[in-house]
Design a protein around this ligand. Structure first.
Ligand SMILES: Cc1cc2nc3c(=O)[nH]c(=O)nc-3n(C[C@H](O)[C@H](O)[C@H](O)COP(=O)(O)OP(=O)(O)OC[C@H]3O[C@@H](n4cnc5c(N)ncnc54)[C@H](O)[C@@H]3O)c2cc1C
Length: 408
């Protein structure tokens, strides 16, 4: 187990500087254009693929970094560049992690490379869990997967919504109900391979922020996938369902919620994205406050402005520390006895919303225009308190963990 450290090692510093260079030279200059276009920035993803930032190898390396700091460092730098473009680059990772966490070695080897494509023909992937009537309440999911034993195929029907890269992905990972009696324990994940008949894109959403990231409904109409597309395989699913049925039969027995443990481990990554956006807005505001003069002196000479900057920086640093702690706990298998993963996401995402609003205030009229990036950063920051569990759900998880109440 690696000791918790607040200092990046030399190798990590090198990677961080390389990521920062890409964020500063490629992502940031393209941010305003793709925000206006509200389209996936394919040329930037391709550029990221060419230099090795858009690849499974790179993320796997960061993911398995024993200090736990590889992923938060990566997210912070890329999202410092621009949140919408960065999400287009890392969104595939959400689906890839779904396969890494639940798939067999064969499934990992077959499908993850197809999620990324290659440097000449980049692809993206989508993770489809949310539904119109199942957002925070994942257990009320309706998309149904039924096994056709004669053909060894699964037949999937339902409507997914809010899917990042939904409909434009080469590979979709779809969560569906296989046993409606078991609530969230009766769910399973499926690969929907490229060009499978019956999968189509529904509405593409016009969003408040992260507009370079594609978000859409995904319609599944009698989608048939081979038995080999069930993540983890049928035998493992049958065993898991039998255990869940047995526990349900015994009634009320408290079971360790594996999905919750996974969320605790993945939420710090979203916290790190929020830290990146917050830091970007803070830096713009600091520079502006130093150089903008009113009443014959830089506006930072007013305590009213300087104290805001002091609070912004303090909160950003505190958010990063919570994120790093939770990431270190995740990689070292520490139990999240106080929902430290949710804590980090809650604090970092609320910080990003607050800090980006303060940045607009410090820039005055300029902050309110699209001539300066803080307006976009403020719109982007709003997503962090919504996806991967809203702030209210994070508080609910933390409170229930502290009180020992079950989390479903
Ligand atoms: C841009 C974007 C990208 C996304 N990407 C993906 C993706 O790739 N894949 C995917 O599967 N999903 C994705 N999502 C979905 C996202 O995870 C959901 O939007 C989120 O979980 C909230 O669900 P909801 O929107 O249905 O809100 P609801 O669950 O309807 O919540 C509405 C409000 O009620 C509050 N609320 C709900 N229940 C409670 C409670 N028990 N106590 C207190 N307050 C409560 C919420 O906090 C919120 O403020 C994305 C969403 C967006 C906007």
């Amino acid at each position: 187990m690696a000791e918790f450290t607040m200092e990046l090692n030399d190798e990590q510093k090198e990677v961080r500087d390389w990521l920062h260079g890409f964020a500063a030279d490629v992502i940031r200059p393209a941010a305003a254009e793709w925000d206006e276009r509200e389209e996936t920035p394919w040329p930037v993803i391709q550029e990221a693929a060419k230099v090795g930032i858009y690849s499974l190898d790179f993320y796997a390396q960061q993911y398995f970094d024993a200090t736990g700091l590889g992923i938060p460092m990566t997210m912070e730098e890329l999202f410092w560049g621009d949140a919408g473009i960065a999400l287009s680059i890392v969104g595939t990772g959400l689906a890839a992690v779904g396969v890494l966490a639940n798939g067999t070695e064969e499934q990992i080897g077959t499908w993850i490379p197809q999620m990324y494509g290659d440097t000449h023909d980049v692809k993206v992937a989508a993770f489809c869990s949310s539904e119109p009537d199942a957002g925070s309440d994942v257990a009320s999911m309706r998309t149904r997967a039924v096994y056709d034993e004669a053909k060894d195929e699964w037949v999937i029907n339902g409507t997914k919504t809010w899917a990042t890269n939904g409909g434009i992905a080469n590979v979709h990972v779809v969560v569906a109900v296989v046993d409606p009696e078991l609530g969230s324990k009766g769910h399973a994940s499926f690969i929907v391979p490229p060009n499978t008949p019956g999968l189509s894109q529904g509405q593409k959403f016009k969003k408040h922020g992260i507009r370079a990231s594609h978000t859409a409904e995904v319609i599944l109409d009698n989608v048939r996938v081979p038995g080999s597309c069930l993540l983890g395989g049928k035998e493992k699913l049958d065993e898991r369902l039998a255990r869940a049925r047995e526990k349900a039969r015994k009634g009320g027995e408290r079971v360790k919620n594996a999905a919750m443990a996974t969320f605790e481990a993945s939420r710090p990554a979203v916290g790190a994205m929020a830290v990146g956006t917050a830091r970007a807005a803070y830096e713009v505001a600091l520079e502006y406050a130093r150089t903008r003069e009113q009443f014959g002196r830089p506006i930072i000479d007013n305590q009213g402005v300087a104290f805001q900057l002091a609070d912004m920086r303090t909160q950003i640093d505190a958010a990063r520390l919570l994120v790093w702690r939770a990431s270190w706990m995740a990689i070292n298998g520490k139990p999240f006895t106080a929902a430290e993963g949710s804590m980090s996401k809650l604090f970092a995402s609320e910080t990003a919303k607050k800090v980006t609003a303060q940045a607009i205030q410090i820039l005055g009229g300029n902050g309110y225009t699209r001539e300066y990036p803080v307006e976009r950063m403020h719109r982007d920051a709003a997503i962090y308190t919504i996806f991967e569990g809203t702030s209210e759900i994070q508080r609910l998880v933390i409170a229930r963990t502290l009180s020992g109440m079950p989390i479903r």
